[in-house]
Design a protein around this ligand. Sequence first.
Ligand SMILES: [Zn+2]
Length: 42
Amino acid sequence: MKETYKLVKNIISCNKCKDIIESKSIHDYEECKCEAVQLMVD
Ligand SMILES: [Zn+2]
């Protein structure tokens, strides 16, 4: 079964700096201000 990417938007909030990271596209890499949280949609 071919893998499909329905997850194109992913949001996470950092517990330390309360920054909200939003990754909108596949392989979009984001990180918060304090760099405690990194987010990548793949
Ligand atoms: Zn942070």
